[in-house]
Design a protein around this ligand. Structure first.
Ligand code: GLC
Length: 639
């Protein structure tokens, strides 16, 4: 903030403090001094140009709202904030493990989730991402991503009191709750949209509404499509609005107009409200789409980052223990700005999905070739301290292939030529393919878009019948999870993977799948498998045990913490991937259907002077590593 504004600064300080009891004022003053510059600077750039009318007064109101949220923050969360500020690397440690699930699929209700906390602990989970649980649009709602209220829980899933009880129990168990915060759009039955439909000008301005097709057509020329088949186009005709509303995703998900400062203020308030119910991490859904600019693709615009930095400053003032996670499914090279760049480096999101790494892992499995993976790893930038990647194998969405375009172009290849066979392989359409997934949104014009399917289906476990087939599929699962667990980030298990659960083929959900193929990977937790996880030799027990072993071994290895250095080592064999973490850890991963032998001396430039041992067995490594098909090896040594 410019120093020539001492009066504004003093007024803002008063606004913040006016909302606070005496015993929280000193704390607020410290935070104000530290973060008001970022807050005002970003908001001025977004909304304060040309002395916009009432900007200073609006800022004062915002500070007052932030003060009210800080005043309302439960003492236990205030203590958590202080603890997190004292240990800003808490989420980077190798003890961290994420788990992601839909509330209803996993446990019916929020209360059901609370009853499954012991199960999560048994798995080693420290971070639980529950997919949308706020009140959602009635009927179609994109799995809850069409939010009808930021202040209420979806009645089917529980109440705010249930959320409070759940977050309290999770905290007591050392698990942080991550919730989706859908900030790009609201459902067409959200009160803001309903007010716009009733003709209230204030709320019409919360959306991008166009009286005719001229601007939408001009925009469409540059925009891409998220769901080209199930929801083509980015605008929806709404007669009651007298025009077309911007809807990047489904027609009932209306993009918010962040050019309107009132939207920012309401969203910031909603975020802090949920933080005060104990949500510790916010998955900022569809972050790249927040700002529209004519003549551009309207993704990743600079203003997106100003908005996210402003939200970060809001968090720093009222709930600094909270983390922000960017859901930006874009090429790796476009991700660093989500962590803040230039002076704002380290002052935006704490986490972002590494979706290229995930997609390249699947491509490597399909192709038995690791060059794309290697390019992704080599091109993964250093992050600011106290920030890291979300590493994962599967999630509720499709595997989005477009994130790999730069890596494929770097190899001089055509995107579609390279990835069409991969997509077809994962759909089981290629001779010899073990996978049983499905292509998503792929058409004659767009031959490769996304792939759906649970890990067990894509790795061949679901259809394996012989012992060999089962062992091979299990190794493939272990291989991909080992990559996510050793890469350096916060690794995530997707519900059902730990039990080897396959695609949802239930009749009950057939209509959902017909409408949107992503429901293939959203099954109900298979209780038979769940119960059998403790029965030695049962299919789920084997997968459960192998994942738990990876997790437990990782927890013992501080060099696998997210902030420890990572380096890929070159090998002559195109189906091997070798990753070093610091000087005392090397992972060798075999993406081939053939056994491999690799002399330790061939491991690039690593220092072999001290003896290596196998992290799983503790046995000394031999001079040459032998890896079975799809096998992997974690070598460690005393530093
Ligand atoms: C995110 C979600 C996806 C949803 C979309 C629209 O990408 O992961 O499931 O459809 O946002 O909210």
């Amino acid at each position: 903030m410019k120093p020539e504004h001492p009066d504004l600064l003093a007024a803002l300080r008063r606004s913040l403090l006016s909302a606070l009891p005496m015993d929280r004022q000193a704390l607020a003053e410290v935070r104000f001094d530290r973060h008001v510059g970022a807050l005002v600077g970003t908001l001025q750039a977004l909304y304060g140009k040309d002395d916009a009318t009432g900007f200073d007064g609006w800022l004062g109101e915002l500070l007052q709202t932030i003060g009210q949220c800080l005043a309302a923050r439960p003492a236990e969360l205030l203590a958590l904030d202080e603890d997190r500020l004292a240990h800003p690397d808490w989420f980077l440690q190798s003890r961290m493990l994420g788990y992601c699930a839909y509330v209803d699929r996993f446990a019916g209700t929020l209360d059901g989730v609370r009853q499954r906390v012991p199960y999560l602990r048994e798995l080693g989970v420290t971070y639980l991402h529950l997919l949308p649980f706020l009140k959602m649009q009635a009927g179609d709602n994109d799995g809850g991503f069409a939010v009808a209220s930021f202040e209420a829980i979806e009645p089917r899933l529980g109440t705010m009191a249930d959320l409070d009880a759940l977050t309290a129990q999770l905290r007591a168990s050392g698990i942080s709750l991550c919730g989706d915060f859908v900030l790009n759009h609201v459902a067409s039955d959200h009160p803001w949209a309903q007010a716009a439909l009733r003709g209230e000008a204030r709320y019409r301005d919360y959306f991008h509404v166009f009286p005719d097709r001229s601007l939408p057509d001009a925009y469409e020329a540059q925009l891409s499509q998220v769901f080209p088949e199930v929801a083509p186009g980015n605008f929806t005709a709404v007669p009651a609005l007298g025009g077309w509303v911007w809807s990047t995703f489904y027609p009932y998900q209306w993009d918010l107009n962040y050019g309107n400062r009132a939207v920012f203020a309401d969203i910031a308030k909603a975020l802090l409200g949920l933080a005060n119910h104990g949500v510790e991490v916010f998955r900022l859904d569809s972050s790249p789409f927040l700002w529209k600019r004519p003549g551009t693709s309207c993704v990743n615009q600079p203003e997106v980052h100003l908005i996210l930095q402003a939200l970060r400053a809001v968090i720093e003032l009222a709930a600094p223990g909270v983390l922000l996670k960017a859901e930006a499914i874009v090429p790796t090279a476009e991700l660093p700005p989500y962590f803040g760049s230039g002076e704002a480096r380290g002052h935006e999101c704490h986490l972002a999905y590494h979706s290229s790494l995930m997609a390249a892992g699947w491509a490597a499995l399909a192709e038995q070739r690791t060059d794309l993976l290697a390019r992704v790893i080599d091109g993964t930038p250093e992050l600011p301290s106290s920030a890291t990647w979300l590493t994962y194998v599967r999630c509720h969405d499709d595997i989005v292939w477009s994130t790999l375009k730069p890596e494929i172009a770097a190899g001089g290849e055509s995107f579609s030529q390279r990835l069409t066979p991969v997509s077809r392989f994962l759909a089981g359409e290629v001779d010899g393919s073990f996978a049983r997934g499905q292509a998503f949104q792929t058409s004659a014009e767009v031959p490769v878009f996304g792939s759906n399917g649970m890990t067990a289906a894509l790795t061949g476990l679901s259809t394996a019948t012989t012992d060999d087939e089962i062992v091979h599929a299990e190794r493939r699962i272990r291989l991909l999870y080992a990559l996510a667990l050793s890469f350096g980030g916060l690794p995530l298990i997707y519900m059902g993977d730990e039990l080897g659960q396959g695609n949802d083929e239930s009749d009950a959900h057939a209509a959902l799948r017909d409408a949107d193929g992503r429901w293939l990977q959203r099954p109900l937790l298979d209780t038979a498998r769940w119960i059998a996880r403790d029965r030695p030799g049962s299919p789920s027990a084997r997968i459960h045990a192998l994942l738990r072993e990876l997790v437990q071994v990782r927890k013992q290895l501080p060099m696998l913490a997210a902030d420890q250095p990572r380096r890929r080592l070159t090998t002559a064999d195109p189906s091997l991937l070798v990753l070093a973490r610091g000087d005392a850890f090397v992972a060798v991963m075999n993406f081939s259907a053939l056994p491999k032998t690799l002399p330790l001396s061939a491991l690039g430039d690593i220092d072999n002077s001290a003896p290596w041992s196998d992290a799983f067995t503790g046995q000394a490594a031999t001079a040459a590593l032998s890896l079975a098909p799809w096998d992997l090896c974690w070598l460690v040594r005393q530093p």
